[in-house]
Design a protein around this ligand. Structure first.
Ligand code: HEC
Ligand code: HEC
Ligand code: HEC
Ligand code: HEC
Ligand code: HEC
Length: 333
């Protein structure tokens, strides 16, 4: 911690020197092209940190800029707390400005502290989850209840940010099935036995995700082209993204039984959809059969009627012409 303190002091000094540059220039050219940084011009953390030397600035310019949170306007204070609305003009010195933004420092961040309001600077292992859990609540719960949460590692950052602020969109490929020799990130801690479980979780997730999509597509066709409606199937298919999300969240329990329960409920709805597709198809073909039978009967009846008319013309009218009276009447009774 000693060298950290001196490093921090050095950074602070550098920060002080750089402070004027960090302040918003009041007479900036009005037609300056909008830069990436302008988007967060009102955020005190971003404004000050992007000009700080070393790691303190790197986090903004390299890591956070390249993250899903930057895209979604989750700023430093979203995770760390503090007050991002303060401005340089309100404070006579850089240090006072900084302190107002940081509110208070809690370097030994412990789970016992209430962090809902205050400023949190560092976190390791389990405590990282409490940063993220401010927004990703269900995932935090599932993760903390998982074998990983209990152990404290891997943390959310290990899996999602390669240990840094550059958190990327989630993908099933984070589940790395490569061996330790190939540089697999999960095999770092896991023996071949557990790696089999890892592969099967990945397979389950991939299959369930594909099933959600294909089944939703089947339902769309049923609805749009055949006018089919079913409230209980709609519940899943009209909220496809939520279903994906639910699966991706619950998976963080790393509990095969819990994941299995969710995937079987998805499978059940998908099976019911298959059944509805079959039912509608067989109803349609029955209808078609009926139409064909109907048409055939009409054709047959017309043909029969035609035959009768022909018969009448060919034979009955012949008799009519040769004899004035029908032959039967002549024969008498
Ligand atoms: C006026 C400049 C300034 C502002 C505004 C500012 N910081 Fe800082 N911040 C610093 C400096 C300088 C350091 C280096 C350590 C120190 O001096 O406290 C630092 C350190 C940090 C650290 C690391 C703390 C540690 O324990 O090493 C975090 C996290 C942090 N800032 C987050 C924020 C957040 C979040 C905000 C907005 C709410 C913010 N900062 C606003 C200048 C600023
Ligand atoms: C998505 C949540 C999140 C956001 C957004 C975020 N941080 Fe952090 N930050 C963390 C976590 C978690 C840690 C602790 C993990 C670590 O130390 O590696 C941390 C650590 C830090 C540290 C000290 C440790 C280090 O890596 O040197 C600084 C400084 C810091 N953040 C500054 C910032 C600044 C400045 C921003 C805004 C550009 C920011 N953070 C945005 C979650 C976040
Ligand atoms: C202040 C709220 C907030 C905090 C705190 C926060 N996030 Fe996020 N996170 C968001 C938002 C908003 C999105 C974008 C919308 C979405 O995908 O949910 C997002 C997206 C993500 C994604 C991409 C999800 C996807 O669908 O691909 C990951 C991964 C992620 N966050 C991880 C983390 C981690 C890890 C932490 C803690 C270090 C964290 N978040 C802290 C709000 C937050
Ligand atoms: C062992 C690795 C691992 C850990 C630890 C982990 N995640 Fe994930 N996370 C994943 C994977 C893999 C996915 C994508 C799953 C999929 O696509 O089916 C994911 C998905 C997500 C998503 C997207 C959810 C959605 O609704 O689509 C978010 C957000 C997220 N994780 C945040 C977190 C947070 C916050 C933590 C810590 C509390 C965390 N993760 C811990 C591997 C991990
Ligand atoms: C820092 C070490 C570490 C890393 C890295 C790690 N794990 Fe784990 N994992 C553990 C520990 C510790 C346990 C609990 C003890 C055990 O079951 O081996 C565990 C348990 C598991 C379990 C439960 C095993 C079971 O039989 O129930 C699964 C599944 C799992 N991890 C998947 C993963 C995946 C996927 C990754 C890569 C994204 C990963 N782990 C990365 C440490 C780690």
């Amino acid at each position: 911690m000693g060298d950290l303190a001196s490093r921090t002091r050095a950074i602070l000094l550098a920060g002080l020197l750089l402070a004027p540059a960090a302040a918003a220039p009041p007479d900036a050219p009005p037609d300056a092209p909008p830069t990436e940084a302008n988007r967060y011009a009102d955020n005190a953390c971003v404004r000050c940190h992007e000009n700080l030397p070393g790691r303190l600035g790197q986090i903004v310019n390299l890591e956070w800029h390249d993250s899903v949170h930057y895209e979604n306007e989750v700023t430093c204070d979203g995770c760390h707390g503090g007050d991002a609305s303060v401005t340089t003009e309100q404070y006579p010195t850089f240090d006072e400005f900084k302190q107002a933004a940081h509110l208070w420092r809690n370097p030994e961040f412990s789970l016992l502290h209430d962090t809902s309001q205050g400023f949190v600077s560092r976190a390791r292992g389990r405590s990282v989850s409490y940063f993220c859990g401010r927004c990703h609540t269900l995932i935090m719960e599932k993760h903390l209840g998982s074998p990983h949460g209990n152990f404290g590692d891997p943390s959310c950052l290990y899996c999602h940010g390669q240990g840094s602020h550059a958190i990327q969109p989630a993908a099933v490929d984070i589940i790395d099935t490569r061996s330790a020799a190939q540089g697999g990130r999960c095999a770092l801690c896991h023996e071949a036995g557990t790696m089999q479980t890892v592969s099967s979780i990945k397979e389950t997730l991939t299959e369930a995700a594909a099933r959600i999509d294909s089944s939703a597509e089947q339902y769309r066709v049923l609805e749009e082209q055949m006018g089919y409606k079913n409230l209980s199937l709609e519940a899943m298919h009209h909220h496809k993204e939520e279903t994906h999300s639910r699966l991706r969240q619950v998976f963080h329990s790393f509990n095969l039984r819990e994941i299995g329960e969710l995937t079987s409920s998805i499978e059940a709805v998908a099976n019911q959809t298959d059944y509805a597709v079959d039912l509608v198809a067989s109803l349609r073909s029955a209808q078609q059969r009926q139409t064909i039978v109907g048409l055939t009967s009409v054709v047959f009846l017309f043909a029969f009627a035609g035959l009768l008319v022909y018969y009448k013309h060919a034979f009955c009218e012949g008799y009519d012409k040769s004899d004035a009276t029908p032959p039967d009447e002549d024969a008498g009774v």
